[in-house]
Design a protein around this ligand. Structure first.
Ligand code: HEC
Length: 183
């Protein structure tokens, strides 16, 4: 008799535990840290040892493999400064000219034309006026780079489409086109 009562009691407790389980909320967890991790936020906003992490680079530093920001302003003085102060950091090798040509034929050819004479598709279709022949412009590596960065009148800036190296490769290529046009 006693034995039966014990079995019934155990059954009642067991059924009670199972039926009370609410499937929507988590069950009792043994050592919850193993289920619920406490990761650091990737932006470091919860800090290291309670000290917030400043995720901005230190002023004046340049990321590894990066290049200084272009700080010559989009002014007439800035244009002349670019002419005298900037030099192409890349050599005019076959490889750089070839890459410059590829980039030119993606981003510039539609206006400036295959030869740089200003006879691109958009010019022929009369969508754009005043696209110059490179041979008629008094330009050098610095001014070409400057115009890629800032644009000029109807030509928009191409700074965000081209990487640092692509820009200087295109500069070499534009100078080559111009030299060929002047022959
Ligand atoms: C949507 C048409 C268009 C595209 C695309 C374009 N340009 Fe131009 N570009 C112009 C026009 C228009 C001018 C004339 C601006 C002026 O002097 O008023 C110009 C002028 C220039 C000049 C002469 C600026 C000077 O100092 O006199 C250079 C160099 C040049 N572009 C290079 C490029 C290069 C390199 C690319 C590609 C990365 C490019 N352009 C893409 C329209 C374009």
């Amino acid at each position: 008799m006693m034995k039966n009562i014990k079995i019934v009691a155990v059954l009642i407790i067991f059924v009670g535990m199972v039926s009370c389980a609410d499937k929507r909320s988590p069950q009792v967890q043994y050592m919850p840290d193993m289920y619920v991790s406490v990761p650091y936020k990737t932006d470091g906003s919860n800090g290291l040892n309670g000290t917030p992490v400043n995720s901005k680079p230190v002023a004046g530093t340049i990321p590894r493999g990066g290049h200084p920001a272009y700080d010559i302003p989009n002014t007439i003085d800035g244009y002349e400064k670019a002419r005298t102060e900037l030099t192409n950091p890349l050599e005019a090798s076959e490889a750089n000219l070839e890459k410059g040509k590829t980039t030119y034929e993606i981003y510039c050819i539609s206006c400036h034309g295959k030869k740089g004479d200003g006879n691109g598709y958009l010019s022929q279709a009369e969508k754009f006026n005043g696209i110059p022949n490179y041979k008629d412009r008094d330009i050098n590596a610095g001014t070409i780079y400057h115009v890629i960065m800032h644009g000029k009148n109807l030509m928009g800036s191409h700074s965000s489409q081209l990487t640092y190296n692509e820009r200087w490769q295109v500069v070499h290529y534009v100078e080559k086109l111009r030299a060929d046009l002047l022959k």
